[in-house]
Ligand binder design. Structure first.
Ligand code: E4P
Length: 233
């Protein structure tokens, strides 16, 4: 039950990678824009290559920037060539519900040998179809599901049961973290992976009572050291 980092900031990726606590990284065009990636596809390529090299062989998800079917296939093949550990994010359907994305996903996985992360999904039924199309990863946006008034844990639980029933190898990634609590609740509900926003990892780690306890240890250690110093004289 690993966690991935949902970020394209090299410094954040490096920080958590060096701690040994992340098992992959996910990005999307919105994250890249927020994280200051510029320069069009060249900029995306440069940042993706840097992250992929830093975390190799752990996986990095990079999302296509077009919804044209042939364009998605071309970009998917190109992105996967940047590094062996890059997998390609394709949305479950187009901006107006266009269905061509499913064939793109199937083609990338089965004809072009590209690992695909199907993204922007809100339900177990979408996840099932993405897995049937051959996706390596199926990404449910848990926070957005909750924000629509549905129970993300219920969708995750159903999807995990259904994928196991059909012996699917697809891995469920749950993203769109909004609260620290999401990480454990989604893993508990059946997510194989939760991709976590950097700030929330800090929130998982730091506890006010742990702080107080560490302060007590250090205060008392200083006193013990002072006493030892006195005894040695
Ligand atoms: C997951 O892979 C996505 O990158 C991400 O978690 C989307 O989250 P958002 O709802 O915060 O945009």
């Amino acid at each position: 039950m690993p966690i991935f980092l949902d970020s394209s900031r090299l410094a954040e990726v490096e920080k958590y990678y060096r701690m040994g606590i992340i098992r992959g990284v996910t990005t999307n065009p919105t994250i890249m824009l927020k994280d200051g990636v510029t320069g069009g596809l060249k900029g995306i390529e440069a940042r993706s290559r840097e992250i992929a090299q830093l975390i190799a062989p752990l996986p990095l998800s990079v999302e296509v920037t077009t919804n044209d079917p042939q364009g998605m296939i071309d970009q998917g093949r190109r992105f996967a060539d940047w590094a062996e550990n890059i997998n390609v994010k394709v949305t479950i359907h187009g901006p107006n519900g266009e269905l061509e994305n499913m064939e793109v996903i199937h083609q990338l996985e089965t004809v072009h040998d590209v690992r695909v992360n199907v993204t922007a999904m809100m339900s177990a039924q979408q996840g099932l179809l993405a897995a049937l199309a051959g996706a390596t990863y199926v990404s449910i946006f848990g926070g957005r599901v909750n924000n629509m008034g549905y129970n993300s844990c219920e969708e995750i639980r159903k999807l995990r049961v259904v994928l196991e029933n059909i012996d699917s190898d697809a891995q469920i990634i749950v993203g769109s973290t909004r609260e620290v609590l999401n990480v454990i609740e989604w893993l508990e509900a059946g997510a194989h992976i939760v991709t976590v926003a950097p700030d929330l990892i800090k929130g998982m780690l730091v506890h006010p009572y742990s702080k107080e306890t560490v302060q007590m240890f250090l205060r008392d250690a200083a006193q013990v050291e002072a006493q030892l110093g006195g005894a040695a004289k």
